[in-house]
Ligand binder design. Sequence first.
Ligand code: FMN
Length: 369
Amino acid sequence: MKALFEPAHMGQVDLKNRFFRSATWEAMAQENGHINQAVLDHYEALAKGGAAALITGYAHVLKEEQPNPRMFGAYDDSFISDYRPLTQRVHENDCRIFFQLVYGGSFTWYNTKSREIWGPSAVTNKISDITPKEMTPEDIQTLIKAFGQAARRAMEAGFDGVQLHAGHGYLLNHFLSPFFNRREDVFGGSSEKRARVIFDIFEEIRKTTTSDFPILIKLNCSDFMGDKGFTFADCLALCKKLDAMGIAAVEISGGPVFRPPKTEKESTFAVENGPKESYFSPYARKIAKAIKAPVILVGGNRKMETMENLLNETEISFFSLSRPLLCEPDLINRWRDDKSYRPKCTSCSQCFAPDKNSCIQNRPKAEAV
Ligand SMILES: Cc1cc2nc3c(=O)[nH]c(=O)nc-3n(C[C@H](O)[C@H](O)[C@H](O)COP(=O)(O)O)c2cc1C
């Protein structure tokens, strides 16, 4: 019988339990992506809160491309010394930290008039109403190099590894999608060719970092757009290929739905008509069975019993959480002390706020209307 609070391994990385904090853009950094005391304090609280590892909010790899305000930056070497105190404070609290890298693409509302937004093809994103510029082969090489350099900076800053964000409608996800990727060159066409940019980024990071520096990836199990989008069959094939290449772990998410949420409260992180918690477990369990690399399940992990059953009945290795840890950074410790503890998070998805992302339950009363 496997337990959630037992030490585990992700390749050569020791983890004290099976919980990750899933990447969460906190909107706490400075406008230029550099960090501050608030970020350090937040990550220290999370590290003390009991998770074995934290995945940072996403960091943009090219200066001119920033999909959201006050997210982390990774676009030049000034960030190396900036992040050292962050990795140090997390490590001092017996916790690992992985740096998430992203290129946003057309899923953005931030400064959209003042910058060039790239996409695999010039297909309008109906959520944001943005039509990106189709990337030239040179743009793609710039992107690949930028991911490689950002990963090197992460290694030099003391992060335990990097995670490529290839889900949730951002650029790498759009490369994977036949709807958004209509290219006829080596980066478009078959499922494998649509994934080529990810393989090239992986190989580039292998060149810019040591051969054992962990590279993780976050993927949609499906875009839930039927055959028009990245399907579960595509995802399974991609995971097998990445496994053979040496991916350290695959975090399985899903969506987003190809439309804005129907109501303000509708969660964009769940599957319509799917399980009400641990939403993507039916997909993640099949992937975990098919690959050797550990699978991290994200989305709606809310009950210890459910995760304990999944741990023992499937090959899923780790569980990651975002919204519940914005609400209660010490939730994992609470679960360690009381298995039946129910998180305060109601998955309302009102965590997104203009000043900084936070749980509505923790905001001053005047704001929480
Ligand atoms: C405020 C907020 C910010 C997020 N930022 C990121 C991010 O930077 N990168 C990412 O991969 N996912 C991000 N997500 C998605 C979460 O990592 C996670 O996949 C999703 O919230 C479902 O998990 P949960 O049910 O535990 O919240 C964010 C979610 C929220 C609520």
